[in-house]
Design a protein around this ligand. Structure first.
Ligand SMILES: Nc1ncnc2c1ncn2[C@@H]1O[C@H](COP(=O)(O)OP(=O)(O)OP(=O)(O)O)[C@@H](O)[C@H]1O
Length: 273
């Protein structure tokens, strides 16, 4: 049995003539914050989609928390402890902040259909508990919006927080985050980074796709860098970002490689280390 939280071995996926993910192996131990980096179109989201079962791999093997989940459906993989958020925020129109997070918890319900229809005492108690837990999760992710607000009306940053809370409501042991800080400013991104650390300390394994290099360097312990479907480098983020082939993947020409250093310095801001 694998000791790894997520063990991706040789996953390959083609869309028509395009090999979006080409024989990619990524191994993530438990309680790790692992980043997947790479320029647009590198294949990062396709990897997450395969790990969560939304896309079936053409070949390769996928183990999650010691179980072979290759070929399983999304709900089967979710039941085995994998939660996720999406690059394009997916909040249900017309639902409040609290209802959105409660909806995430529905898969964990104990009560029966009959109990729900009759609104039995057990059903009422469970609904109360779910709402209280959803409120706790919203606090935990730092969502300051009123719980009664429509989720779709929140700021971009708060919508991302609600998505994370909804994913946490499924009680995952592995959380996949697709660009969790997109649309956030530096201070908000750092708060998300702190949240990742807290989640890791509570026992979760986190795999995130992220373009914010400062967040990656500050919070990811390891990264896999992809380009054109293939793995380019893996290891500590700072080391990976120093590799010529990684700089070239981001900036095209070797002569432009110095721009990555400029970009990283700029993102740290004046006085940053
Ligand atoms: N369902 C699909 N059908 C056809 N092509 C797809 C599909 N999904 C992804 N692709 C293609 O596969 C390649 C990898 O896409 P993917 O979204 O995984 O990249 P990415 O690294 O996540 O990019 P980005 O950072 O822009 O989100 C791209 O060329 C994309 O156009």
């Amino acid at each position: 049995m694998s000791e790894l939280a997520v063990d991706i071995v040789g996953l390959t996926k083609a869309f028509g003539g395009l090999t979006a993910v080409d024989d990619v192996t990524i191994q993530v131990p438990p309680r790790r914050i692992h980043g997947i980096l790479g320029p647009n179109g590198a294949g990062k989201t396709t990897v997450l989609n395969m790990v969560s079962g939304f896309i079936q791999a053409d070949s390769g093997r996928l183990d999650v928390l010691g179980q072979d989940v290759t070929g399983m459906r999304p709900f089967q993989i979710a039941r085995r402890g994998v939660g996720r958020t999406y690059q394009n925020i997916r909040l249900f129109p017309g639902m409040t902040v609290l209802e959105t997070v409660v909806a995430g918890a529905y898969g964990q319900r104990r009560s029966t259909i009959a109990g729900a229809l009759l609104m039995s005492p057990a059903e009422r108690r469970e609904r109360r508990e779910m709402r209280a837990r959803a409120a706790d999760l919203l606090d935990r992710v730092g969502c300051r919006a009123p719980h009664s607000a429509l989720a779709e009306t929140l700021s971009y940053g708060d919508q991302r927080r609600v998505e994370i809370a909804r994913a946490l409501a499924t009680n995952p042991r592995v959380l996949l985050l697709d660009e969790p800080t997109a649309g956030m400013n530096d201070a908000e991104s750092q708060e998300v980074g702190q949240l990742l650390v807290e989640l890791r300390e509570s026992g979760l394994t986190l795999i995130l796709i992220e373009h914010n290099m400062r967040l990656v360097e500050d919070f990811c312990e390891t990264v896999s860098v992809m380009n054109s479907g293939a793995l380019l480098a893996e290891g500590a983020p700072t080391w990976c970002l120093e590799q010529d082939k990684v700089k070239e993947a981001y900036f095209g020409k070797r002569s432009d490689a110095a721009r990555i250093a400029t970009l990283r310095r700029a993102r740290r801001g004046p006085g940053g280390s």
